[in-house]
Design a protein around this ligand. Structure first.
Ligand code: URA
Length: 489
């Protein structure tokens, strides 16, 4: 029997190195005792006294590429059995490369269950971290500084740190958890797997959260079960707004009756307040859902930027929930705003036509926009499209990021400059980026092309035909990359 003791705080490399050694030495899963490090368990690594298997640590082990992201996620789970489970899967995958496709296999099902739980915990972290402002040390001037305390179930801090870096890039922050911490100072993102200490802080930010929550609480939409499932009670103790919830629920019925009595004569008071607040308030983190349906539902009441005030509805993404390819446009147009679906107007027709020519099925893609509300200027009876500004794109990125987290596309096609800006923060010219696949985080590839509405705006018919051809050629490349992804599993 071999024994190996791991720190087990979400470090994939630690498990991978040991697993690679065992696999290269043909040690079967039954012969390994995977242990979790504790004060008593002593040294890390292969235990003294055990014969360490002889192996070639550089040996190249070939497993389907889909195993790596699965293992990287599962390793963050806090279940001590995860090391053995992953090694069993690895061992079996070498014999049977298609194993992961058998969802009913007990090892595969268990790994997927752990993966889901880590994902869920990660989503909860993005929703329920609450920053509190702290004073700068005496005499120090600089950016505002915030700290947050969060209690995740799993070792997810490192996974989520870049989310907070993107989201709260303009402030210094420190997120402390018993399962590691992350710190951002505008230059460097530092993460650690060491447990951090809880500091008790109360400040005005708590009042802001409470006011915000009381404002967005719509008594007519009260679904206590759904609410407590999206915002499980275990998180309440660290949420400043949580102590308002019982009171708001109790008063909900009376408020619904009051709203009904006023209905149709004038908009509700809190509606005006919300809209006014949305003009100035920095985007707060909303509770987020674990499914696209749930997320779409939440997005319907999005007030992160003022665009919701004039648009008919939020136009959310649609398509295959685990699509390999995600298409990102700019924002819904006039037709989409009324229909509530992306790319169903004139630009959507060009897009559909080109998809048809390349042989790509739209239902196999996930199609969405950088901005989910239609921005326009009213001219007479017409609503004239206006490009969303940087702030609107940045706020709406919250939804796009959530969509990417849930769909997990491998290839993202940015159609037009707004999509590129939303996905990369770059303001580069499309012609400089077009047609060249670029690596993105999480092993994704970004492919940039023009927006189909650009083709509609070209007045000269010859040029229009030429540009259409170029767009078709770009989409053929996308199709080939998608086929390649499908083939490589
Ligand atoms: N243009 C876009 O970018 N998206 C749509 O959904 C429609 C037009």
């Amino acid at each position: 029997m071999y024994r190996v003791t791991l720190e087990g705080r979400g470090d994939f490399a630690e498990w991978r190195n040991a697993a690679r050694a065992f696999l290269a030495a043909h040690v079967s899963p039954r012969e390994i005792d995977w242990r979790l490090h504790s004060e008593e368990s002593g040294l890390l690594g292969f235990e003294e006294g055990d014969a360490v298997p002889s192996f070639d640590s550089t040996a190249n082990i070939s497993v389907p590429s889909s195993f790596v992201p699965l293992a990287q996620t599962v390793i963050c789970h806090s279940d001590p059995a995860r090391f053995a489970l992953l090694y069993r899967l690895l061992w079996r995958l070498v014999q049977d490369r298609a194993l992961l496709q058998f969802k009913s296999d007990s090892d595969v099902a268990e790994a997927r269950k752990l993966e889901k739980s880590v994902r869920r915990d990660s989503h909860k972290m993005t929703a329920f971290v609450r920053f509190k402002e702290v004073d700068l040390p005496e005499g120090e001037v600089g950016r505002r500084r915030f700290v947050a305390w969060f209690e995740p179930d799993h070792f997810i801090v490192e996974r989520k740190a870049s989310f907070f870096q993107r989201r709260f890039t303009d402030m210094d922050w420190f997120i402390a958890t018993p399962k590691g911490f992350a710190r951002w100072d505008g230059q460097t993102l530092e993460t650690s797997r060491m447990a951090a200490e809880k500091r008790v802080l109360n400040d005005e930010t708590e009042d802001l959260w409470r006011t915000y929550y009381a404002n967005i609480f719509n008594p007519a939409r009260l679904k206590i079960k759904a609410m407590t499932s999206e915002m499980p009670k275990k998180y309440w103790k660290n949420l400043p707004e949580a102590d308002l919830i019982p009171e708001l629920i109790l008063g909900a019925e009376a408020r619904v009756l009051e709203m009904a009595a006023k209905a149709a004569s004038e908009p509700q008071l809190f509606h005006h307040r919300l809209q006014a607040a949305a003009e100035n308030v920095a985007a707060p983190v909303l509770p987020d859902a674990d499914t696209l349906e749930g997320l779409k539902h939440e997005a319907q009441s999005c007030t992160l930027c003022p665009l919701h005030c004039k648009a008919t509805q939020t136009v959310f993404g649609e398509g295959q929930s685990n699509a390999d390819v995600m298409i990102v446009g700019e924002q819904p147009g006039d037709v989409e705003d009324l229909a509530g679906r992306p790319f169903v107007g004139p630009a959507g027709k060009v897009f559909d036509q080109v998809l048809g020519e390349t042989g790509m099925a739209r239902e196999k893609l996930y199609v969405t926009n950088a901005v989910k509300h239609f921005k326009y200027e009213a001219r007479g009876k017409k609503r004239i499209h206006q490009r969303p500004d940087a702030g609107e794109v940045q706020r709406c990125r919250w939804w796009l990021t959530r969509e990417m987290d849930l769909v997990q596309p491998k290839l993202i096609v940015a159609m037009g400059a707004t999509a590129v800006f939303s996905l990369t923060g770059m303001n580069e010219k499309i012609s400089d980026l077009r047609g060249k696949p670029m690596p993105m985080e999480a092993g994704r590839t970004l492919f940039v092309t023009v927006h189909p509405s650009y083709l509609l705006r070209i007045p000269d018919e010859v040029r229009k035909a030429q540009e259409l051809k170029r767009f078709q050629a770009d989409m053929k490349l996308v199709r080939d990359m998608a086929l390649h992804l499908e083939a490589s599993g």
